[in-house]
Design a protein around this ligand. Sequence first.
Ligand code: TYM
Length: 336
Amino acid sequence: MEETLQPKKRMLSGIQPSGDLHLGNYLGAIKNWADRVNEYECYYFMADLHTITVRQEPAELRRRSLSQLAQYIACGLDPEKNVLFLQSHVPAHAQLAWVLDCYTMFGELSRMTQFKDKSAKYKDNINAGLFTYPVLMAADILLYQPDYVPVGEDQKQHVELTRDIAQRFNSIYGDVFKIPEPFIPKTGARIYGLTTPEAKMSKSIPDGCVFLLDSPDDIRRKFKKAVTDSDTERCVRFDKVNKPGVSNLMSIYSTLTGKTFEQIEQEFEGKGYGAFKPAVGDVVIEHLRPIREEAERLMKDKAYLNDVYLKGAQQASYVANKTLRKVYKKVGFYQI
Ligand code: TYM
């Protein structure tokens, strides 16, 4: 019997090259992307426009923009199967963001948790870009008409705002934008810092943050120092409220091995934290080893990476410009 070919659903997501990629980015986002490359038509980018809402060292930003591409590929995002690109190479992002700025309310942006956190952290630089950041993110997404946006839990609010903006625009002009769904992994959606199990893992606390390019020794050391819990029980059991440190390590272990929390509890029954922490470290080391080695190899081939960026920018621009033209026409910009 002949099979009817359904067009593939589309996924799109991005990460800011504001720091080196870490285990939170990997488990919350990239792993989820890489596991699905054959199932979806995928667009993944480096959100460099977003990074300058906080001051960046220009040479470092350039280095990370290339290194992040090498790491995406090393994580399994084959540029032949995925469109990989740098946001600033596709001007339509900034162009659509301006239009959407005019369809987003001040009150909506004031409620964004990331804005509240960042404006508290960077008190001397609460710039307009920091405030309108979610609108640029909405433009990033809506330009590509994706079905799903695979992100960690902390970005869910931004995807929800994107849906609201798209619905508002569509209610005025007809069906211009597809309304995307956030796609959040069951485990790994929020990885906490190894030394701060109450705060999400982030580059700003490097001691508790495992970077994808960390050496095995560094990873071992970081897991050794991981904060477990001061309860008297000292057994490996998933309990986010009373055992946040152990539960975080269990989430990491579970996402990488595919084992359930019950299986992990059984595996470490009677063994205590002393055996558990290095075991999680070892799983992370072995999982990241081929990624680090491949990324290091790719980083030596700048011509290849530039080629990927060039091809990615062309493919992305083609799709993005199509949406932008439609939007310009709908709002009444005169076309020649
Ligand atoms: P960013 O760059 O902060 O993070 C990139 C991705 O990594 C996830 N993530 C985490 N997941 C689990 N645990 C953690 N500790 C952790 N830290 C980060 C984030 O949820 C995210 O999926 N605004 C976005 C970037 C962006 C974007 C977009 C994403 C710009 N435009 C369009 C999707 C679609 C951001 O700052 O993510």
